[in-house]
Design a binder for this molecule. Sequence first.
Ligand code: 13P
Ligand code: SF4
Length: 389
Amino acid sequence: MTTAWIEPDSTATALLLLGRASDADSERGVDCPGALPAPSDPDLVERARRARALLGDRAFILGHHYQRDEVIAFADVTGDSFKLAQQAAARPDAEFIVFCGVHFMAESADILTGDNQKVILPDLAAGCSMADMATFSQVEAAWDVLREAGVAQDTIPVTYMNSSAAIKSFTGARGGAVCTSSNAKRALEWAFEQKQKVLFLPDQHLGRNTAVREMGLTLDDCVLFNPHKPNGGLTVEQLRSAKMILWKGHCSVHGRFTLDSVNDVRSRVADVRVLVHPECRYEVVEAADLVGSTEFIIKTIDAAPAGSKWAIGTELNLVRRLALRHPDKEIVFLDKAVCFCSTMNRIDLPHLVWALESLVAGETVNQITVDPQTTANAKLALDRMLELP
Ligand code: 13P
Ligand code: SF4
């Protein structure tokens, strides 16, 4: 029996958790035309299985490591953002790429797939707060600041995958490349072969951690460009002497782990090894034992000996899955006060069922499309990344 879902009132404070109705103030809106199944519907798993089977090879489902278990169960492949971009590009025969991840990842998939393929994001409100910290107009204005300071011609932009297609396009048009947390060092090495300075967007932490910890730059070689301050809050002299111009953006999840989180877990768990993602703050990464992308974190835990103890600083869905998969190892979350990535969690089983059943019914919903001009330049930046040695 299906439990009836009570619609929340459409007030200013209603979260519209199931994506019903629309929120005029939301950048991408949360429209969900059609009947979204209730999360308590006991038939949801069966409905997802049935729709998945009916779509067969027409659909390919990608699942980012931070997705909920109920969604990961239906992913044809799981991965970090780099692996998922590669996988999307490697499926030219799939008519639908159903992207269980966030908006910038689905945009990248659309850029890397053919015009005959459709990329579907089961909930349009699955954005990324970090990506939203660098808008196209802000970055264009920043480039003007660099130009006026006489450093633009010596600067190459490198943008983290976690950025909008418009920022990737800006980067591609100026000779730059995309990077992910698995290849940031290689991308920066390549960038410094082209120019003397890098404008790193939008994650200051990945940029700083890679430059200082992996490439021998100093903290003084890095400056922080604040798009909310005149001239980024920097003097011409600071811009001229910097090697890394870091955009003032961060991840709302990883940015919440602190040095106290590390010290606290070390005092609670004897012999614990601290393993964190490079989106964490510099002082956290410095205090950790190991640092790496989500793929690196998974490989490290898979290869760790039984009985070893780990405190992991990344998204909770992944940490919980690792702990369940390795009952012979002691795995704890680096800081209990840090929450799930709220936007990743927007993709849930009701939205996945709704998207798959709509496709079965011949209705394409929540398609993510990037316009041809943006695609052309963004693809240059993505291809430069995919071609890195
Ligand atoms: P990776 O998938 O590159 O590890 O990045 C983590 C992340 O925050 C994705 O949103
Ligand atoms: Fe964005 Fe951080 Fe969530 Fe990744 S984990 S989608 S970077 S807010």
